[in-house]
Design a protein around this ligand. Structure first.
Ligand code: TRP
Length: 340
C-alpha cells in the first residue's frame, strides 16, 4: 500500500475514534496533532464512532454514550476546528449502517476471522467462546465509514492497516460488480511520531488500562502518573549510571519537551550517573503540567456548554448525511435496488 502523502492536493480525509473513553496523550502525539495540521489543507471528517464502540460494549452502553461529548471536547480543546473539520456522530449518519449491510454480502466470515487486529482483540477481550456478530463485522462497518465519504486518505495507527486492506477489497468488488469506478480506494497516513508507551512501560497507552494520562487529567493526576512512571529499574543510587533507553521518563521528554538540547544534556548526565529519577521526573512533570493546563481548561469550558457540543455534532452529522447519501445511492444501484 502506498503510504506517501501528497500535501499539494486537497484530499478527502476520514478518520475516527471509538467513543469509549476520554482521549489521552497517546492520541495527542499519534493522531490529534496531525489532524490539527491536516485540517487546513484537506477536506477532513472525524467520526465519533459510537456504533463501533458498541460492538464490544453493548452490555455496558453508557461507556460509549457517556464519552461522546468528552471526545468532542477533547477534539476542540486541542485545536480541531469544527468549521474546517466536519465532526460527526456515526450513529446519526444512517447511510453508514446501510452501506455496512450491502458490503456484508461481499465478505466471508473466514476473512473476518483472519483479520489480525480483530483476532488480537477477540483474545484480549475474552470473546473466544462467543463473538458478537457486530464485533466480528466491524471492519465492514469501518469500510462503510471510509467509502461513504469517498475518503482517499485515512490517518490511522498501524493496528488499523488490516481495516484499510479490507476496505480496498470491498471497493474493488463493488467497482467490479458495477463495471465502473463507483468507490475510491484509500491509503493510510501513518503518523511519523513513535507510539507513546504507557506510563508503566508495559503496554500501549490504553483508555481502559489505567496507564494513560488523559488530556483532561488534573494537576494531581499528572503528578501521580509521572511519579509512578517506569524508569531504569537498575538505577538504584543517584550516582550510578542510568539507562535512557526504555526509560519512560525520557521517552516522554523526547515526545513533549520543546528544548531538545536540554533533554540531550539530561540524558548525558543520567547516563553518566549523578542525576536522580526524582529530578528527571520533576522536569517532565513541569513540562506536562504546562502543556496540559490550557488543554484542560479549554476542555472544561467546552464541557460546560454541552448544548454547544451537541450542536457541533448535529451540524457535522447533517453535513455528513448529505455527503454519504449519494454513495449509498450508487452502491444500491450496483445491486439494482434503485427502483425509486
Ligand atoms: N477503528 C478506529 C479505532 O479503533 C475508529 C474508526 C471507526 C475509524 N471508523 C473509522 C478510523 C474510520 C478511521 C476511519 O479508533
Amino acid at each position: 500500500m502506498d503510504t506517501t502523502q501528497n500535501t499539494q492536493q486537497r484530499e478527502v480525509i476520514l478518520t475516527g475514534d471509538r467513543a469509549t473513553g476520554p482521549l489521552h496523550l497517546g492520541h495527542y502525539v499519534g493522531s490529534l496533532q496531525q489532524r490539527v495540521a491536516l485540517q487546513t489543507q484537506h477536506d477532513q471528517t472525524i467520526l465519533v464512532a459510537d456504533m463501533q464502540g458498541l460492538t464490544d460494549n453493548a452490555h455496558n452502553p453508557s461507556k460509549v454514550s457517556s464519552n461522546i461529548l468528552n471526545v468532542v471536547a477533547d477534539y476542540l480543546a486541542v485545536g480541531i476546528d469544527p468549521i474546517q473539520t466536519t465532526i460527526c456522530l456515526q450513529s446519526q449518519v444512517p447511510a453508514l449502517a446501510e452501506l455496512t449491510m450491502y458490503y456484508s454480502n461481499l465478505v466471508s466470515i473466514a476473512r473476518l476471522e483472519r483479520n489480525p487486529t480483530v483476532k488480537n482483540e477477540i483474545q484480549s477481550k475474552g470473546f473466544e467462546r462467543s463473538i458478537p456478530a457486530g464485533f466480528l463485522t466491524y471492519p465492514i462497518s469501518q469500510a462503510a465509514d471510509i467509502t461513504g465519504f469517498h475518503a482517499t486518505l485515512v490517518p490511522v495507527g498501524d493496528d488499523q492497516l488490516p481495516m484499510l486492506e479490507q476496505t480496498n477489497k470491498i471497493v474493488r468488488k463493488i467497482n467490479h460488480l458495477g463495471g465502473k469506478a463507483i468507490l475510491k480506494e484509500c491509503r493510510p497516513l501513518l503518523s511519523d511520531a513513535p507510539r507513546l508507551p504507557s506510563t508503566d512501560g508495559k503496554n500501549k497507552m490504553s483508555k481502559s488500562m489505567g496507564n494513560a494520562i488523559n488530556l483532561g487529567a488534573t494537576g494531581k493526576e499528572i503528578r501521580a502518573a509521572v511519579k509512578s512512571m517506569y524508569t531504569d529499574p537498575n538505577h538504584l543510587r543517584i550516582e550510578d549510571p542510568g539507562k535512557v533507553e526504555g526509560n519512560i521518563v525520557f521517552t516522554y521528554l523526547d515526545a513533549f519537551h520543546t528544548d531538545k538540547a536540554y533533554v540531550a544534556e539530561l540524558k548525558a548526565y543520567y547516563r553518566h550517573g549523578g542525576l536522580g529519577d526524582g529530578t528527571t521526573k520533576n522536569v517532565l512533570e513541569e513540562c506536562l503540567q504546562e502543556m496540559l493546563r490550557p488543554i484542560r481548561e479549554k476542555r472544561a469550558m467546552f464541557l460546560d456548554d454541552k448544548a454547544q457540543l451537541v450542536e457541533i455534532l448535529k451540524q457535522g452529522s447533517q453535513r455528513s448525511r448529505e455527503k454519504t447519501e449519494q454513495v449509498l445511492f450508487d452502491v444500491k444501484g450496483v445491486f439494482g435496488l434503485n427502483l425509486f
